[in-house]
Write a protein that binds this ligand. Structure first.
Ligand SMILES: Cc1ncc(COP(=O)(O)O)c(C=O)c1O
Length: 372
């Protein structure tokens, strides 16, 4: 689905030098490379505080830990996302409350959020799925009206921009809610060479607390004000991410170009619904995910596999139907859009090294089967 070796080859000199610098300085944990990357991210996102951490799941957990929620408090999120979003809610003994998504953007439906609010609701976690913003404007209004926190899950959409919010131009996702969270998993749009993550906030108090929480709740060495965790971005990953951050906009442009090429090729095919971008956001195409109509998905995937073309289903089982999250509140049929999508979506390869000739092979392979 991605070509990380190909991407590395193009920035090898810069990346190798950055890694060696950390090795020679032996500043592996909390070294200057981490601070430099943090400041570069703050400037890139236009946010006051970036707090690097160990991975995207920890970022979400730390964000919720910082909000002082109590066991049993409800957190509303989408059922159509990667499990980490709900996992951290459950781990903290909070109650994940799932809602449905839109059929065209696959993102959480703000109307459904408002319907799910109870006296126990304390926070909303919108996920900016596959690379475009959820309707954050509407979500922020709902949050304000009901005094709820908003934690943005930006793991798949780093660099995506929302237009015209609060009369400001092009605000980056992850910087609009109380806290934003991202992942630097290697295949993410901004990917490390191992695990990594970060938390974003404009709130000074929350930033101070999260900085302590990532480091055992420590205010100063061996003085622990909170029960925290150990979640650090190591200096080698930070140094690599600094190099890759310089290329992020060019990587995004390559993904957008590849998506436009797919869109054009599939435009006349009635059995393929191409990904739709909402008018209020840019799309950074972490995934290029189509919806198949009257096509045997497994058959198509086997056909592609035989031709050496990768494809993947994100996500085959909605969270409310996962064994670990099933409870008496939910059953099949509760979220019809999510459930239909989980049966019909298919993600095709999209990455920074995709050429039109490779894409033509993928497109021909898809159409050959779909048009049968
Ligand atoms: C939407 C979403 N949230 C959270 C995560 C968790 O990130 P990590 O794998 O870095 O823990 C991911 C990663 O796949 C994700 O896609």
């Amino acid at each position: 689905m991605v070509d990380l070796p190909g991407q590395y080859q193009k920035i090898k000199t810069e990346v190798d030098a950055a890694i060696l610098e950390v090795i020679y300085s032996a500043t592996f944990i909390n070294g200057p490379a981490v601070k430099t990357f943090q400041e570069q991210m703050e400037a890139y996102l236009g946010v006051k505080h970036v707090i690097p951490c160990g991975n995207g799941t920890d970022a979400l957990q730390l964000a919720l830990m910082a909000l002082d929620l109590k066991p049993g408090d409800e957190v509303i999120t989408t059922s159509f996302t990667f499990i980490a979003t709900a996992e951290v809610i459950a781990l903290l003994k909070l109650k994940p409350v799932f809602v449905d998504v839109f059929p065209d953007t696959y993102n959480i439906d703000p109307y459904a959020i408002e319907q799910a609010i109870t006296s126990k609701t304390k926070a909303i976690i919108p996920v900016h799925l596959f690379g475009q913003a959820a309707d954050i404007n509407a979500i922020l209004k709902i949050a304000k009206k009901h005094h709820l926190f908003v934690v943005e899950d930006t793991a798949q959409a780093i660099g995506a921009e929302v237009y015209g919010l609060e009369n400001r131009d092009n605000i980056k996702v992850g910087t609009m809610g109380d806290v934003g969270c991202t992942s630097f998993f290697p295949s993410k749009n901004l990917g490390a060479f191992g695990d990594g993550g970060a938390i974003f906030t404009n709130n000074d108090k929350l930033a101070t607390k999260i900085r302590m929480l990532v480091n055992h709740g420590m205010s100063e060495r061996y003085y622990h004000d909170y029960v925290g965790i150990n979640s650090r971005l190591d200096s080698i990953q930070a140094a690599i991410l600094s190099v890759k951050l310089k290329h992020l906009d060019e990587y995004t442009a390559a993904r957008q170009k590849a998506a436009a090429f797919y869109n054009e090729a599939f435009a006349d095919c009635e059995r393929i619904q191409c990904p739709q971008t909402a008018e209020f956001t840019s799309h950074v195409f972490h995934q290029y995910t189509i919806v198949l109509k009257n096509v045997d998905r497994q058959g198509l995937m086997s056909h592609l596999n035989e031709l050496g073309v990768a494809s993947a289903v994100y996500y085959p089982v909605p969270l409310h139907l996962q064994k670990a999250y099933r409870d008496s509140r939910y059953s099949e049929g509760d979220f019809p859009v999510t459930e239909a999508l989980s049966q019909s979506v298919l993600s095709l390869p999209i990455h920074t090294e995709l050429t039109e000739s490779i894409q033509e092979e993928i497109i021909n392979a898809v159409l050959e089967y779909v048009k049968k």
